[in-house]
Design a protein around this ligand. Structure first.
Ligand SMILES: [Fe+2]
Ligand SMILES: [Fe+2]
Length: 178
C-alpha cells in the first residue's frame, strides 16, 4: 500500500516538476535523517502530505503549486522532536511551524500564502487560523497522514502479536501431543 503511493507520486510529472527544486536541496534531504511518526521519516511524511495537498487543491482549482511546496516544507525543523533540545523554547507542537517557516524561507523564496500555510499548519492545536483554503487543506491532510502513519504501524504490530500468539498455541499443542 505504502509503495503504491510512492509509485504514483514518482509518475506524476507535474507534481515532480513542482517539487524537484525543493527535494534536490541538501537541507530538505536531511529530513530523511529524522523520524516523524513511528517508522516514517520526516521527509516521507512531508512528501506524502505535499502530494495529497497538491491533488486536492488541483481538483478544486486552488493554488496547487503553493499547496505542494508548503506541504513539502511544513515540517522542516531538523531535530528529533522526541528529545529535549538545548536552547529550544516552548513545546514542539506549538513552535515547529514557525521554525519550519524560518528554515524554509532561508532556503527558498516563499510567497505569503506558503509562509502562512507552514506557520499555521498545526491548527487547531495552535489557535491561529490559516488564512487560505489551501492552508486548511494542509492542516487536515497533515493530520490524516499522521494518523495513517501511526495506525499502519500499530496495525502491523497487532498482527505480529496475533501471529506470535497462534504460533505459541500451535507449538504448545504439538508439545502436549508428544
Ligand atoms: Fe508539523
Ligand atoms: Fe506534518
Amino acid at each position: 500500500m505504502k509503495q503504491n503511493i510512492y509509485d504514483l507520486i514518482e509518475k506524476d510529472k507535474e507534481f515532480q516538476d513542482i517539487i524537484k527544486p525543493l527535494i534536490a536541496n541538501e537541507t530538505v534531504q536531511k529530513m530523511k535523517n529524522f523520524r516523524q511518526h513511528y517508522e516514517t521519516t520526516c521527509f516521507d511524511h512531508c512528501y506524502t502530505v505535499s502530494y495529497y495537498c497538491y491533488l486536492i487543491c488541483k481538483k478544486y482549482n486552488l493554488d496547487y503549486k503553493s499547496a505542494a511546496r508548503a506541504g513539502m516544507l511544513h515540517d522542516l525543523f531538523l531535530y528529533d522532536w522526541r528529545k529535549r533540545q538545548e536552547g529550544r523554547k516552548g513545546l514542539h507542537a506549538f513552535t515547529h511551524g514557525k521554525t519550519a517557516c524560518d528554515n524554509a524561507s532561508a532556503l527558498f523564496s516563499l510567497n505569503e500564502k506558503e509562509k502562512d500555510m507552514i506557520i499555521n499548519h498545526m491548527w487547531p492545536v495552535t489557535t491561529k487560523f490559516p488564512k487560505s483554503f489551501e492552508g486548511f487543506i494542509l492542516t487536515f491532510v497533515d493530520k490524516y497522514c499522521a494518523m495513517s502513519e501511526t495506525f499502519e504501524i500499530l496495525q502491523s504490530r497487532l498482527f505480529m502479536k496475533k501471529a506470535f500468539r497462534y504460533a505459541y498455541l500451535f507449538l504448545s499443542l504439538i508439545i502436549i501431543k508428544f
